[in-house]
Write a protein that binds this ligand. Sequence first.
Ligand code: SF4
Ligand code: FES
Length: 247
Amino acid sequence: MRLSLHVWRQPSATALGMFVRYDATDVSPDMSFLEMLDVLNDRLAAKGDTPIAFDHDCREGICGSCGFMINGVAHGPSRGTATCQLHMRLFEDGDELWVEPWRSRAFPVIRDLVVDRSAFDRIVAAGGYISVATGGAPDANTIPVARDRSEQSMDAAACIGCGACVAACPNGSASLFTAAKVSHLGLLPQGQPERRRRVLGMVAQMDLELFGGCSLFGECQAACPKEISIDTIARMHRDFLAASARA
Ligand code: SF4
Ligand code: FES
């Protein structure tokens, strides 16, 4: 396969960026999108050009490091799939692809396709943990948890923190990410002592980071590689209102 790539190149956070066109030749349909970029980067490096910077780590859809827009779609055209798991067989020979970083005021570009997602870390630091003593695994196993609650909690815990929900949202909202973190702890018995403080702290931090508000477009759940449901946002709003009323 041969593809035309228009890749966002931006040398630093403060420099101006622009799309640069590259021909990706000899692309195997079995390559992942990131492997295709690796091959292109080898070619650029061999010519003395600066390789395209992009984030990645596990390359198996579990760490949340990777992610950029492909033809305007966060993580590209395959639903429920992180960029690292996207295969070139999804594209046609001769396709023209526009590759650019997440666009959000709260995720400034560091270089090329790499953005600063530390705002997510600060939201988690504002309450996305359990600090009370919960004992070891045997203690946890002695606490009964209703089947539906444990399923809902595990579904929310699947969030990998990639940021696609923010990039896809017309408001640049981090509600799906924050709601997933609030839900996965708030649904379990071990998460109850800090439940009110958690939701108030995390929502306040989300607002401080200048993410937009949620107006239920639903683009976030469509872009999410873990298919986190916007039901989690409704749950976070309910928790937030209940916690505010008691504050
Ligand atoms: S909710 Fe989905 S899209 Fe948003 S950060 Fe988590 S895994 Fe990524
Ligand atoms: S590199 Fe880890 S999720 Fe894509």
